[in-house]
Design a protein around this ligand. Structure first.
Ligand code: BTN
Length: 258
């Protein structure tokens, strides 16, 4: 049987500098993002991590719901980054998840722009970045990460893209504790890297499965079709349109034509 998540178990041997200075674990929460927002209002430490086994009102991107049944990893990390590194936070989060899944499972995930983690073109992890300015306080960013670990993807209900889980891909269960510890370590390392002024966008670009592919992008009410050609330093996607011009996509929902 899998080891239980506890604050002490997560902290055991955790050699991070910032991430995990405070850990809040509860077996069930509506959403780790809501708990994170309350922690920010109380002026919590940078690097505070909120983890749960199960969310009853998980939040996805673009106002969608995120299903987080038992067997998933649902966590949020609170950061107070300088404005200059804000565009890199999305890259820090997706690279950290990618390296963690590769290291712990040997599987070969890729990033679908901007921050879905895919295995064999199926979504195994979603990342939500929320931020804002606290009244009279510092700017904050909350990274929310949801990984389908030991669960049957059928139980996720109706979702916009085909989904998978690590256990579904491997045919065996994976230790969530090991995944969480390695993930926090990787977020810590990459966050320190970008804080020290070193860009990670080339590393991120190398792991993007979207480049060179024909894509369909929904940005607000607009739809664009083209070939995903490159990414800029700030993470925006450059789309070569049928007419030959380049269109910069800052945020949107991408469907890749494989
Ligand atoms: C997406 O739509 O792809 C983003 C999903 C993000 C889900 C995670 S699970 C932990 C954190 N808490 C939430 O309510 N959402 C994020």
């Amino acid at each position: 049987m899998e080891e239980k998540l506890t604050e002490a178990a997560i902290l055991e041997c955790l050699k991070t500098t910032i991430i995990g200075r405070k850990i809040i674990y509860q077996p069930e929460m509506p959403s780790t993002m809501d708990t994170a927002r309350k922690e920010v209002l109380e002026g919590t430490l940078e690097g505070t991590v909120i983890i749960t086994d199960e969310q009853t009102a998980g939040k996805g991107r673009i106002g969608r719901l995120w299903s987080s049944p038992k067997g998933c990893i649902a966590l949020s990390v609170i950061l107070y980054p300088e404005a200059s590194i804000l565009p890199s936070i999305i890259m820090v989060a997706s690279l950290a998840v990618l390296y963690t899944i590769r290291h712990i499972t040997g599987l070969n995930p890729m990033i679908k722009w901007p921050n879905d983690i895919m295995i064999n073109h199926k979504k195994v992890c979603g990342i939500l970045i929320e931020g804002g300015v606290k009244e009279g306080g510092k700017d904050h960013t909350v990274i929310g990460i949801g990984i389908n670990v030991n669960l049957d993807p059928e139980c996720l209900g109706e979702i916009s893209v085909p989904a998978t889980s690590l256990s579904n891909e491997l045919g065996r269960e994976v230790s969530r504790l090991e995944l969480i510890r390695y993930l926090l370590l990787k977020i810590d390392k990459l966050y320190l890297t970008v804080r020290n002024g070193i860009a990670v966008y080339k590393e991120w670009q190398q792991n993007l499965d979207t480049l060179g592919r024909q894509v369909h992008v929904k940005m607000g009410n607009e739809i664009f079709e083209g070939v995903a050609e490159s990414v800029e330093r700030d993470g925006s996607l450059m789309l070569r349109m049928r007419e030959g011009n380049l269109k910069r996509i800052v945020a949107g929902d991408v469907t890749v034509r494989y």
